[in-house]
Design a protein around this ligand. Structure first.
Ligand code: GRG
Length: 302
């Protein structure tokens, strides 16, 4: 590990730790919440996610000289939305998964009805958390309004939920790479784009800087998802003890299915470079951490 990469590991670990602390306190202890609902929300919220999206909010705010304090409730909001999406995605009506992050899924522990409610409450609480950037930490109201609007759009029907719906509808057979790209863009990139733009908004980014953050997030999100597809296959191959071929039934319809492993790896590199170019050609003063995060994600193994 060279100096820069060890630095970025430390940066990510330190910011993840701050996010963990803030997440633990996000649902006020004084609120009268049914204990099993609170437990179910906490169970998935504190289940060991990588906290990449909140770290991107904080890193984008820092890149533009913004306050980390004011950015934290926004960072928490995006992790709340991400967590709700995973809880609902694991439900029997969707992916019907028993395990996530090595632990039983929420509905396996608390039952389906409570898992649905926990997801609903996590999503709703995200919008509460955003308001606290203004009420508690003095972020400008117009910036908080812009963030609220963008979260509603990028997490909703035209964003992540739309991507999930397209994925579900396409389960009977995706035939085109463009269809898969649409799904990846909305299921994965949109929350990453939100995270970066929200950090930018908190720091008072200009339209040009916000556009650069969008381009960075879009390319990075796609690279992240293709990398996820690749890691999924590597995981399957380890389990099977042999390479998985694109004509085998168990191979999911992902980037490697359409273009093969090597070309998918190449695409991850190209998209990461494209993402970095967008920042390097912008007026964002201190993009180094964001650039390092892009390289870190390309090299990740989980
Ligand atoms: C149910 C509305 C609704 C949406 C679900 C998030 C999602 C959409 C589905 C989960 C499956 C999936 C592959 C989503 C793409 C996004 C993604 C790669 C999620 C995993 O993100 P990580 O790696 O997860 O950041 P951790 O566990 O680290 O938080």
């Amino acid at each position: 590990m060279n100096n820069t990469s060890s630095n970025i590991h430390i940066y990510i670990a330190a910011h993840a730790e701050q996010v963990e602390t803030a997440l633990r306190q996000t649902l006020p202890a004084a609120w009268d919440v049914p204990s099993s609902l609170r437990e179910s929300m906490d169970y998935s919220l504190m289940a060991g996610g990588k906290r990449l999206r909140p770290i991107m909010v904080l890193a984008a705010a820092e890149a533009l000289g913004g306050s980390l304090e004011a950015a934290m409730p926004i960072a928490i909001a995006i992790e709340l939305v991400h967590t709700y999406s995973l809880v609902h995605d694991d439900l029997p009506a969707m992916d019907n998964d028993d395990y996530r992050r090595g632990k039983l899924t929420n509905h396996k522990v608390y039952g389906e009805a409570m898992a649905i409610l926990a997801g609903d409450a996590l999503l709703t609480h995200a919008f509460y958390s955003i308001t606290q950037a203004h009420k508690k930490h003095g972020a400008q109201a117009d910036r908080v309004l812009a963030i609220t609007e963008e979260l509603a759009v990028l997490a909703g029907a035209r964003g992540m939920v739309g991507g999930q719906a397209a994925d579900m509808l396409g389960e009977q057979g995706l035939t085109k790479l463009e269809e898969l790209t649409y799904i990846h863009t909305h299921k994965t990139s949109d929350l990453i784009v939100f995270s970066l733009r929200a950090g930018g908004h908190i720091a008072g980014a200009t339209d040009e800087q916000l556009e650069a953050l969008s381009k960075f997030g879009h390319a990075l999100g796609l690279a992240f998802q293709i990398q996820d597809d690749i890691l999924d296959i590597i995981g399957d191959e380890k389990k099977l003890g042999k390479p998985v071929k694109s004509d085998e039934k168990q191979m999911k319809v992902t980037f490697p299915y359409f273009i093969g492993m090597e070309a998918s790896e190449q695409r991850v590199h190209e998209l990461t470079q494209q993402a970095k170019d967008a920042l390097n050609h912008s007026t964002i003063a201190n993009p180094d951490r964001l650039l390092q995060i892009a390289d870190y994600l390309m090299k990740r193994d989980h």
